[in-house]
Design a protein around this ligand. Structure first.
Ligand code: SF4
Length: 429
């Protein structure tokens, strides 16, 4: 049982109240984001300083996804370490020394803090500074925190990117205008967007995180940035502190979201509307065609979102407007009102938005809503499946390439598959 408090905002005109809850969470911690970050930055290595629990989480989360020598590991804090902090710094130095000797391909070493390292107040930023002095300029050592039972797994990426922004060179006030796309995207998606920006005539485009640690973009007052992911609160603040300007937009999910996202960048860089139309028309057409084939499976089905990734409002907007799904409750761990303003504006007025989590109460609300599909974490999926509900693991939506025109159909497929599977099971029974 959880000790919880719930409150409802006074309803805004025409919209159901947002439910704020603080209670028991059913989410992974920020370490999980290393699973996709280590594949993104190809010369970085993530060294988690944590316990056996952290190592087990990473092993089970990574599962079958490790094919080659991994680019992350856990330096285990043993019980005996808890009493001797001085030794712990020495041990960490020794682990790093051995690792860097064995892996000359590592150009950026990322020390990742965990609950155990924070409980014993092991200052990893200081350790990173010390190790940096030793290993620069060949290797860079940085640190961020991936811990937290009160956070969500995508916040790990936010913390990492915020730290990375500190490492970016400073762009002078008279530097040429540049665009930074912040938020991990699959390489294939990044390449597609690069080609579109190029066709639009937008120059000096960089994606953060970069694929290589020595290619970090310079950031300054002439930098504008687009968010590719909705969970980058801290990273966005750091970019703004460097003088960069946020380009508000929908997130690039589905035909509508991708078009609006690209249009926001195009307008910010003064791209001629006719050129925008010509460049994006074929992609829009392909995305619309791909989505047509999912109408039968998705249209009219009702979906319920538990709060996991912070992608929920953007996914809900896509599913309701482009796939015809009915929305019951959209739960999100945190709603960044400014970054999500365009998304929230497009949601149906009667949808229930909930922020934070109180899992027991939310399970009750889910039963009451009786949706056709539930988007939730792994811990909730199995019990719901056993009750006869179709579920979708929210973490899959972060691992899979879903942004952009070419992926609009794949995104719909992720929601159609569990519905088809459930329908097939019903026939067999
Ligand atoms: S919640 Fe804390 S202890 Fe558990 S895996 Fe994450 S960092 Fe480690």
């Amino acid at each position: 049982m959880s000790n919880t408090a719930a409150r409802c905002d006074a309803p805004a005109a025409g919209r159901e109240p947002t439910i704020h809850q603080r209670g028991q969470h059913e989410v992974f911690c920020g370490l999980t984001s290393i699973i996709w970050l280590h594949r993104k930055m190809q010369d970085a290595f993530f060294l988690i300083v944590g316990s056996r629990t952290c190592a087990h989480l990473m092993q089970s989360a990574a599962g079958v996804m490790i094919f080659a020598e991994p680019r992350f590991a856990t330096a285990i804090i043993e019980e005996r370490d808890l009493s001797g902090m001085a030794d712990l710094h020495d041990e960490l130095d020794a682990v790093v020394e051995r690792l860097l000797k064995r892996r000359p391909d590592i150009k950026m070493l990322v020390l990742v803090g965990s609950c155990p390292s924070e409980v014993i107040k092991l200052d990893l930023s200081r350790a990173a500074e010390r190790l940096n002095r030793e290993h620069a300029p060949d290797r860079r050592v940085i640190a961020y925190s991936g811990s937290g039972i009160e956070t969500t797994f995508t916040q790990g990426e936010d913390s990492f990117l915020a730290t990375l922004v500190d490492e970016c060179p400073v762009a002078e006030a008279d530097a040429a205008p540049s665009l930074v796309v912040a938020g991990s995207l699959a390489d294939v998606v990044e390449d597609q967007f690069s080609r579109i920006f190029q066709a639009l005539g937008i120059e000096n485009v960089a994606f953060l995180p970069t694929r290589r640690s020595d290619r970090l973009p310079a950031i300054g007052p002439n930098t504008r940035f687009l968010l590719a992911q909705p969970f980058l609160n801290e990273a966005a603040k750091k970019l703004e502190r460097r003088g960069a300007t946020h380009i508000p937009a929908l997130f690039p999910l589905g035909e509508e979201g991708t078009t609006a996202w690209l249009k926001a960048a195009s307008d910010a860089f003064g791209v001629d509307p006719a050129r925008f139309e010509a460049v994006t028309a074929p992609g829009r057409e392909r995305a619309r065609k791909a989505l047509e084939s999912y109408a039968e499976t998705l249209s009219g089905k009702r979906i319920f979102f538990f709060p996991d990734s912070q992608l929920e409002p953007a996914l809900a907007r896509f599913l309701s407007r482009e796939a015809g799904m009915g929305l019951t409750e959209i739960g999100s761990p945190y709603l960044h009102r400014r970054h999500l303003a365009a998304e929230l504006d497009l949601l149906p007025e009667d949808v229930v938005l909930s922020e934070g989590q109180d899992v027991e109460r939310q399970i009750d609300r889910c039963h009451e809503a009786d949706p056709d599909l539930i988007v939730c974490g792994l811990g909730l999926a199995n019990p719901f499946e056993a009750e006869g509900y179709a579920t979708k693991w929210s973490i899959e939506l972060v691992f899979t390439p879903i942004q952009g025109y070419e992926q609009a159909g794949d995104l719909a497929e992720l929601f159609a598959r569990p519905l088809r599977r459930r329908a097939a099971l019903k026939v067999e029974v």
